[in-house]
Design a protein around this ligand. Sequence first.
Ligand SMILES: Cc1cc2nc3c(=O)[nH]c(=O)nc-3n(C[C@H](O)[C@H](O)[C@H](O)COP(=O)(O)O)c2cc1C
Length: 347
Amino acid sequence: MKNIARFKTKLTDLLGISHPVLCGGLMWLADAKYVGAVVNAGGMGFITPRSFSGLDTFRTALKDCRKITEGKDFGVNLYISSRPHENDKLPGFIETALEEGVRIFETAGASPKAYLDILKKSESKILHKVTAIKHALKAQEIGVDAVILVGAECGGHPGENLIPSFVLGAKARQHLNIPMIIGGGIGTGEQLLAAIAQGADGILMGSRMLVSKEIWAHRDYKEHLIKLDENNTSSVLSTFGNIYHCLDNDTAKAVAELELSGEADFEKYRHFVQGTLQKQAYETGDYNKGLLSMGPAITFANSIELAGKIIEDIVEDAYGAYLQLSENVIHLDQRSTRIKQDEKNAF
Ligand SMILES: Cc1cc2nc3c(=O)[nH]c(=O)nc-3n(C[C@H](O)[C@H](O)[C@H](O)COP(=O)(O)O)c2cc1C
């Protein structure tokens, strides 16, 4: 792979990476092999600590990733719950990551405020992922290094107001002075260029990357994904104020039916929403099992490829689109010549 840097932005400077491309944390899936491949391709990826059975296996993944990247920096995803008791494991994740030399964190969910001191003391870079402008502004105010804005199109949790990525990005650009990244529904080079043209410093992808060869999930799951288009995802669980964007499979359909019937007792949903079902689906390839995070950007995934190839194609396509766009722009001198010609023709 060529891995030629085409775009220099505040994000590439902040993280010391070749391409303004982040691949967000993927529960169960963002392990050493996948994140290492993303980093080696010139982007930045984030290992998800909650995917591991304990701190020991998490530490092993960090060491493995360090080996795969030959010492290059890689990131860790910290999901922060708004229910404090669910964050019991976070201090252990942070301590282990810092001990293993990790200095780049993608925080998501609730505010990272409680963890900023320890992360800042170690000179870590904190990129906070949000779904609303007010949270982006708050994150800037408390001192994160960059904000990732993911819109309604994103796989997983798109927030409650379902604001599209381009609206979020354009609005955020008017108010943020720290680097900002747009995510949600992104999977092509033209979109990367459009995001940068819009004032973003980079993009973040999740769904598009699920068909990467380095993603350990069963081949049947990936074979299914490459047949999908933008109509094959679904939004469920709005009943509980926690919208979830996932593959439109048998489980999502069953949950949607329960919601349509007006069922509001969470106990009736519990057996559908267990995270362990997702793991089983990835292990067995039975993609109808569990609610599997996914957004419509899956439509851009048409073959099972190396993560590095996906990233390189996106960057090269963005560059090609930029060159094409430059050709289409009518430059000032050409325009005045044309105006003069038009005036002449008028007489
Ligand atoms: C399978 C899957 C698992 C995810 N798990 C997490 C996670 O554990 N933590 C997190 O912050 N985001 C998670 N996300 C969200 C992604 O990091 C990213 O924000 C999102 O996928 C971007 O939108 P896109 O899917 O349209 O590219 C997940 C997304 C997917 C598709």
